[in-house]
Design a protein around this ligand. Structure first.
Ligand SMILES: [Zn+2]
Length: 266
């Protein structure tokens, strides 16, 4: 589960979304000139850059792990290794054009990772074609735990909402678990766009992302996802086989496509 913010009501929602503005901190001028030249947000980052050669967990909230020169397949394989061995959720932003992985989580627990929303926004403004991954740690045995949670869909809505007007926009959301990779997206982008259009017409443009998220938090969407997940359980075999069998999981609001990475006997 990813949380851009935890909120119990709309007021909390709006506050949390707007509260963590960038605080530019001037670190050593030569901290990592190459990477902050390529990814501008790194130049203003309050976390100290740590260059790694492998995707792994990072328990230090003061540093940001950056794994360069690693393209999609190789990075996913390492995220998958983390899913087999890690103790808490992790999250990464992957920029395919650069083959660059940037850690984007904090406050990590076994079943949650919060996302650095302002940092992510800044990167996505520069790289409209990116992928946001989160990794569920080991011990996630159930079918549900190998799929995005409903909160993950809400995070997707919040991140994608303000960018749907850009024709170059291509932000994918994926979760890596001990069994494989699940990608999730809006089932109907046009519907999401027409909702956003409606918010704009009614003067709610500044809060369009929050309003879209609220729309998709309706119980009907949650219920239809739960019932589709239940339907997956009716497929024969292991959890992996059930997921492979029922993928793509399609509801009115979201689609989840599962791809296996684990050996078939899992
Ligand atoms: Zn999750």
């Amino acid at each position: 589960m990813t949380n851009i913010m935890m909120a119990s009501g709309l007021a909390g929602f709006l506050l949390a979304f707007q509260a963590d503005l960038f605080v530019p901190v001037s670190g050593p001028a030569d901290a990592a000139p190459a990477y902050s030249d390529i990814v501008a947000a790194l130049g203003q980052d309050i976390r100290e850059l740590e260059i790694g050669s492998t995707l792994r967990g990072n328990a230090n909230a003061g540093t940001r792990l950056l794994v360069p020169e690693k393209c999609e397949k190789e990075g996913e394989a390492e995220a998958y290794n983390y899913a087999l061995s890690g103790d808490v959720e992790e999250a990464f932003l992957f920029i395919p054009g650069l083959c660059l992985w940037i850690e984007i989580g904090y406050d990590k627990t076994r079943d949650r990772v919060r996302l650095d929303s302002d940092f992510i926004s800044a990167v996505l403004n520069q790289y409209t074609s990116s992928m946001i991954y989160h990794v569920h740690p080991r011990g996630m045995e159930s079918l549900e735990e190998n799929l995005p949670s409903f909160a993950d869909f809400i995070t997707l809505a919040l991140i994608n909402a303000t960018r749907m007007w850009n024709p170059d926009f291509d932000i994918k959301h994926r979760i890596v678990t001990r069994l494989g990779v699940a990608e999730y997206e809006f089932a109907d982008r046009e519907k999401a766009k027409s909702l956003l259009e409606y918010y704009r017409k009614t003067g709610l443009e500044d809060f369009e992302a929050q309003n879209l998220a609220y729309e998709y938090m309706r119980p009907q969407y949650r219920r239809s996802y739960s019932s589709e997940v239940e339907r997956c359980k009716e497929y024969r075999g292991s959890i992996q086989q059930k997921l492979a069998g029922c993928s793509p999981i399609r509801t009115e609001a979201f689609i989840v496509t599962f791809r296996s990475l684990a050996p078939a006997h899992e």
